[in-house]
Design a protein around this ligand. Structure first.
Ligand SMILES: Cc1cc2nc3c(=O)[nH]c(=O)nc-3n(C[C@H](O)[C@H](O)[C@H](O)COP(=O)(O)OP(=O)(O)OC[C@H]3O[C@@H](n4cnc5c(N)ncnc54)[C@H](O)[C@@H]3O)c2cc1C
Length: 378
């Protein structure tokens, strides 16, 4: 019996465990560890923020994660030794034959001075809940939305949040007395897809949202409610930031980030193997040449599952990571667009855009439901 240990039961970990549970590689035992007792889709934070959805309603308990040969353990990973593949948690020591690190990305709000004191975010469940309360009492003024650092999860999500904010303020009758400005250090919203970028920029303009690209907010001054940029100060009544992302501290301490870009886990982009035998990394924590998004973590899980099965059979893995993913983008008014990105399977990345429609809104909901049916029971 050989053991595959998956650290993290998020988008990537759930997909990998599900695939391995149906593995033809006979005597395989899969153990999945997560500190949480439940899974929540990233985009559910938009429902918590704008649709009054209680966080409990979007949580899927891991008790429903039941597959043959797969064991879920709620434990906190405290140390990883990639040389020996030994993993320590708050409850046990694990010595697997194959180790997969899928621990996602953490936030580092303290990296932007003043942000913790005077800013709001909706990238965490607590942050979305806090911002929802602040918005309930917001009666107009200037809102500054800023991407504070790159990379960050789900490149369209800051724009989705801003368009849904416009919609909410409009519905409440406060949009007329609110200015919304969006600032990003990136040159365009979705660089791989000029059509998607153009559609987003045009949608912001149509909603009267001022958009500044290539501009980074460096710090906030909480006493004056101003944000500092290279080009001067921007004042705000409400600051909403997409916090700087970082690899989880336990991953950084493991040495797996040595050789990775900007502190992310170094992997072979075609196989998602790390330089350590029998150790893979996938999803947001990995330094693969794709954006941080669940759909790419899912595609990476497909490659890693094939790689592990080949490794355990003593065969050469035939599958190469394609870096494919379909991202649905909320534009407000119940309309959703999509971009179908393929970063690695052709000679150059491709990412055609489909304009927003009610049909794509239904497709987004169906895609989420299909994942839940695949990963969970009941
Ligand atoms: C507002 C928002 C909207 C988004 N919309 C989309 C979208 O529409 N489509 C899309 O594809 N992506 C979207 N995303 C991004 C998506 O949520 C992430 O990219 C995706 O979840 C990454 O998958 P992962 O498996 O790498 O990490 P995660 O899903 O984050 O999973 C990592 C897991 O590791 C666990 N963990 C971390 N540290 C420890 C530890 N020390 N011990 C034990 N467990 C630990 C965590 O609890 C977590 O369950 C969105 C994100 C946000 C914030």
């Amino acid at each position: 019996m050989r053991t595959v240990l998956i650290l993290g039961a998020g988008f990537g970990g759930l997909e990998l465990a599900t695939r391995l549970s149906g593995s033809p590689a006979g005597d395989l035992r899969v153990v999945v560890i997560d500190r949480n007792d439940s899974f929540t889709f990233g985009f559910a934070k938009l429902d918590i923020l704008f649709r009054d959805t209680p966080p409990e309603a979007v949580r899927v308990p891991y008790t429903r994660f039941a597959h043959p040969h797969v064991e879920f353990r709620q434990e906190e990973v405290t140390a990883i030794d990639p040389r020996t593949r030994r993993v320590r948690t708050d409850r046990a020591v694990h010595d697997p034959d194959v180790l997969v690190v899928a621990l996602g990305a953490d936030y580092d709000p303290g990296a932007t001075p003043g942000f913790v004191e005077d800013g709001y975010e909706y990238y965490s469940i607590d942050g979305a809940r806090r911002l929802r309360e602040r918005l309930a009492g917001f009666d107009g003024g200037s809102v500054l939305v800023a991407v504070l650092s790159v990379p960050f999860k789900c490149p369209p999500a800051p724009y989705e949040g801003t368009m849904l904010l416009h919609e909410q303020l409009d519905r409440r009758g406060v949009r007329d007395r609110t200015e919304i400005r969006f600032v990003s250090p990136m040159e365009s919203p979705i660089p791989v897809s000029p059509d998607t970028s153009a559609a987003i920029v045009e949608a912001l303009a149509r909603r009267g949202i001022e958009y500044s690209s290539g501009l980074r907010v460096q710090a906030l001054d909480p006493s004056r409610h101003v944000a500092t940029t290279r080009d001067g100060e921007l004042s705000y009544d409400l600051f909403i930031g997409i916090p700087k992302h970082r690899v989880p501290a336990v991953v950084e301490a493991s040495g797996l980030t040595d050789g990775g870009t900007d502190g992310w886990v170094a992997v072979d982009p075609h196989t998602l193997r790390t330089p350590y035998p029998g150790v893979y990394a996938l999803g947001d924590c990995a330094d693969a040449p794709v954006p941080r998004a669940g759909v790419f973590a899912e595609d990476a899980a497909r490659t890693v599952a094939a790689g592990i099965e080949a490794e355990l059979r003593g065969a050469v893995p035939s599958e190469r990571y394609r870096g494919r993913g379909t991202c649905h983008i909320e534009f407000g008014d119940g309309l959703v667009g999509k971009v179908e990105a393929d970063f690695l399977s052709g000679p150059a990345p491709e990412a055609p855009f489909s304009p927003p429609s009610a049909e794509l809104a239904r497709e987004k909901a169906a895609a989420a439901e299909a994942r839940l049916r695949r990963w969970f029971t009941g």
